[in-house]
Design a protein around this ligand. Structure first.
Ligand code: NAD
Ligand code: LMR
Length: 348
């Protein structure tokens, strides 16, 4: 038509794309609050993927999640298509492609993770069943709420139609903590360290393993020996300082803050999902064992993993010395005990 100017499209292709549904349980809690705004800003799925957020809470937590939803609207994030708040798991997981299972009872001062098993078993079973019934075919799940590994196991067992390898648990926080400690000890930047591995349970029994780690092109163990004097001093630092510091960092945060880690946990959960979806050469995550490294099949245990964008896979074929084998066995024994305790409750 003469005289008519064609308007430039106000919505770039990304804005027209079908949104990815991300469900966050416990969204009215502390980690939820630290997650929502970063996900809505595109920090988890990238600037090309619009999101629809579904926030699941228990009735007492709904108002808090509704308040967060109001604030999300007030941010006017271009990628955020919709926010639903509900206390109904079936509605929350309807069409969900990414489930972040955060809602759980956090550990308080003096509590051990084992105390939380019974309290949390009743949460993750019904949520797994709701995922089974309502989630999208491409569903991927990460359990953050503790005891995270066993909660993921329970959710997976309650979702028989969903491939078990879609269920993971968060040990990226432990991985990041280990890198933080090493970067300080070696006076290097965190991204100069690679090949770090967390094995086993997200608990004090975990094994943060530097035996395959490198700082730039040098083995971390050699860099530590050079900095601390010799190999014996490096081994002593690893055994007496590094491993316990990383493994007990959650308790240290609780002691200092008075409640468990929040922003660092949310950051790790975002990185876990981001790297699983986008691909990564090497990180740590708890995944369903297929018997790798002798970890009993079906347990959700942390391993060094990679992703080609289609889910985390265990990095196989790494040599393990006797000390590493012993530490992994201790943590895996704890996972077996947690699984057996949950079985005794009749949940699995
Ligand atoms: P929080 O108490 O602030 O929030 C938990 C929220 O979950 C609350 O709003 C509560 O109402 C909700 N909730 C409880 N039961 C629910 C259910 N059945 N369905 C939906 N929502 C439910 O706690 P937080 O600080 O956000 O921590 C959450 C969990 O994450 C805790 O279990 C904590 O131990 C764990 N955590 C894990 C890691 C990790 O690295 N894996 C790190 C830090 C914290
Ligand atoms: C953490 O690692 O910070 C959390 O899992 C809290 C805890 O209980 O250790």
């Amino acid at each position: 038509m003469a005289g008519t100017q064609r308007q430039s499209d106000p919505h770039p292709p990304a804005a027209r794309e079908r949104p990815t549904t991300v469900t966050i349980t416990g969204a009215g809690g502390q980690i939820g609050y630290a997650l929502l705004f970063r996900i809505a800003a595109g920090e988890m799925l990238g600037p090309d993927r619009p999101v629809r957020l579904k926030l699941l809470e228990i009735p007492q937590g709904v108002r808090s999640a509704e308040g967060a939803a109001l604030e999300l609207q007030d941010c006017a994030f271009p990628l955020l298509r919709e926010v639903d708040v509900t206390d109904d798991p079936l509605a929350a997981f309807d069409g969900c492609s990414i489930a972040m299972l955060v809602g759980a009872r956090p550990r308080g001062p003096g509590m051990e993770r084992a105390d939380l098993l019974a309290a949390n078993a009743g949460i993750f079973g019904p949520q797994g069943a709701a995922i089974n019934a309502a989630a999208a075919d491409d569903i991927r799940v990460v359990a953050v709420g503790n005891p995270a590994n066993t909660n993921a196991l329970i959710a997976a067992a309650s979702a028989p139609d969903v491939p078990a390898d879609r269920f993971t648990a968060l040990t990226r926080l432990d991985h990041n903590r280990a890198i933080g400690q090493l970067s300080e000890a070696l006076a290097v930047l965190p991204d100069e360290i690679s090949g770090l591995a967390i094995w086993g349970n997200h608990s004090a029994s975990q094994f943060p393993d530097v035996s395959h780690a490198r700082v730039r092109d040098e083995p971390v163990i050699d860099a530590l020996a050079a900095r601390l004097g010799d190999r014996a001093a490096a081994d002593a630092w690893l055994d007496e300082v590094f491993i316990p510091r990383v493994a007990k960092r959650g308790a240290e945060i609780i002691e200092v803050r008075g409640s468990s880690s929040v922003a660092s946990a949310a950051n790790a959960a975002i990185e876990h999902v981001r790297d699983e979806q986008a691909g990564t050469a090497w990180t740590s995550a708890a995944v369903v064992s297929r018997g790798e490294y002798g970890v009993p099949e079906g347990l959700v245990s942390s391993f060094p993993v990679y992703s080609d964008g289609a889910g985390y896979r265990v990095v196989e074929g790494l040599p393990l010395d006797a000390r590493a084998r012993e530490r992994i066995d201790v943590s895996v024994a704890e996972l077996v005990a947690e699984r057996d305790a949950v079985r005794a409750l009749g949940v699995l």
